[in-house]
Design a protein around this ligand. Structure first.
Ligand code: PMP
Length: 423
């Protein structure tokens, strides 16, 4: 395809007439499609329905009746499954409730209220800053914004956060207390951190003694095209002599039922002891019936791995629809670039600077809701107004094809408008 950026004003104007016609045709279809959030489709969730069949045995392996009180930090057999799946010693795992974001918020609150490493609680400090690799997950940014921290954007590279930036920032400024990380098939770009990135995060010198990595491995067992191995941050921190630096989060939200799964927080021996001390006051225990349901359904870590293959088969045609349509309609157009993820839940695209909001608005007017432009950046402000997150999981392949055809028209329309403005 000829690049729109090479075209003369007259050529662009001719293209604009064509694109406007196509856009109007889409508007006339009265579409109503949603690609805003990474929700699994109903047919994908159905694969976990076996878990909802009536339980006949309410007893854990050690004979404990899960219908009653008892066990703060999770059923041993649930821990064993996560331990095997994620290669973390069971003793370093606390099993939580229905979703991991809750554990992340609680952990952040513990640092705000009680502090760690004998340092002042973060809530008593004049200023707390947090590193936010972007594009990233909007709800991470919201947690730290809600607690009043200053969010500092760090660029993403194909190997993870730009470590030159990160190392410089954390070495110089002791008010920088931590960093958000989605190490595998990141939301939204699908980036997998390289071993070097993991090692540099684990070993870097930080001005803050109580610097913390919030390691959210939400897509840790979610390959679609290729199973990538990412180095274990807890091991890397231990090797570097910074045992307490990382909190590791994971959940079955994108494995069984979003918002009704099982979550974990894992960390060093010291951190686990510190967390349990406060957790004891917070709850008698999380939902063990749900934990046992998960154990009975999957049986072991291999059960989860096999299930993820089924889910990958559901997601693959959807990701192919998105990637093939971008390729067919826009490759070489000079109006957009994108990453091809190997797994996870999203495809991230960058349109011409100053065009993302316009593309999202055009799609909305024609009946397709996309993730809000800017959502992937701290404070919802994309400095270039360029990044858009596409979430292919919920619509059917047919719906997705329609939505993507329209999306490509919107990218062309917004791009041509911008180029004509500059011509
Ligand atoms: N972390 C990331 C990176 C996510 O993309 C999501 C879901 N969109 C979550 C956490 C939410 O996980 P949970 O349901 O376990 O809170």
């Amino acid at each position: 395809m000829e690049s729109f950026r090479e075209m003369s004003k007259e050529e662009l104007q001719a293209q604009e007439v064509e694109v406007n016609k196509k856009y109007q045709e889409f508007k006339d279809l009265d579409l109503s499609l949603n690609m805003a959030r990474g929700k699994p489709a109903p047919d994908q969730i159905d694969h976990a329905n076996g878990m909802l069949e009536t339980m006949t045995d309410y007893h854990a392996k050690d004979g404990l009746d899960v219908r009653n009180y008892g066990v703060l930090d999770g059923l041993p057999e649930m821990k064993e499954i996560f331990s095997d799946l994620l290669d973390i010693p069971a003793k370093n795992i606390i099993v939580g409730g229905n979703a991991s974001l809750n554990l992340m918020f609680d952990q952040m609150m513990r640092l705000v209220v009680f502090g760690t490493e004998g340092e002042k609680p973060w809530g008593q400090l004049e200023k707390v800053k947090f590193l936010c690799p972007a594009p990233g997950y909007d709800r991470h940014f919201m947690v730290t914004e809600t607690l009043g921290f200053e969010l500092i954007t760090v660029d993403m590279t194909p190997e993870g956060p730009d470590m030159d930036q990160v190392e410089k920032l954390v070495a110089e400024d002791e008010s920088i207390k931590g960093i958000w990380c989605v190490p595998k098939y990141s939301n939204p770009q699908g980036i997998c951190y390289s071993d070097e990135t993991v090692d540099r995060l684990a070993s870097m010198k930080t001005a803050a003694k109580d610097f913390r990595i919030f390691w959210d491995n939400a897509y840790g067992v979610h390959p679609i095209f290729e199973d990538v191995k990412v180095k274990n941050i807890l091991d890397a921190c231990k090797e570097a002599g910074n045992d307490n630096r990382a909190y590791y989060f994971f959940s079955t939200s994108k494995i069984t039922f979003p918002g009704a799964g099982v979550s974990i927080i894992a960390s060093s021996d010291d951190n686990i002891a510190e967390i349990k001390k406060v957790m004891t006051a917070q709850t008698i225990g999380y939902d063990k019936i749900n934990q046992l349901r998960h154990v009975q359904f999957f049986k072991n870590a291999d059960g989860i791995r096999k299930h993820m293959q089924i889910l990958a088969d559901c997601l693959k045609p959807k990701f192919e629809t998105v990637l093939n349509t971008l390729d067919k309609e826009l490759a070489g157009s000079g109006l957009i670039s994108w990453e091809s993820p190997k797994g996870g839940y999203f495809v991230s695209v960058d349109v011409l600077p100053g065009c993302a909001k316009r593309v999202v608005e055009l799609a909305k007017e024609a009946g397709v809701t996309l993730t809000g432009a800017g959502a992937t950046y701290p404070y919802k402000k994309d400095p270039k107004d360029s990044n858009i997150r596409l979430a292919p999981s919920y619509p059917t392949v047919e719906e997705l094809q329609q939505a993507m055809d329209l999306f490509c028209v919107c990218v062309k329309k917004a791009g041509i408008e911008k180029l004509l403005e500059q011509a």
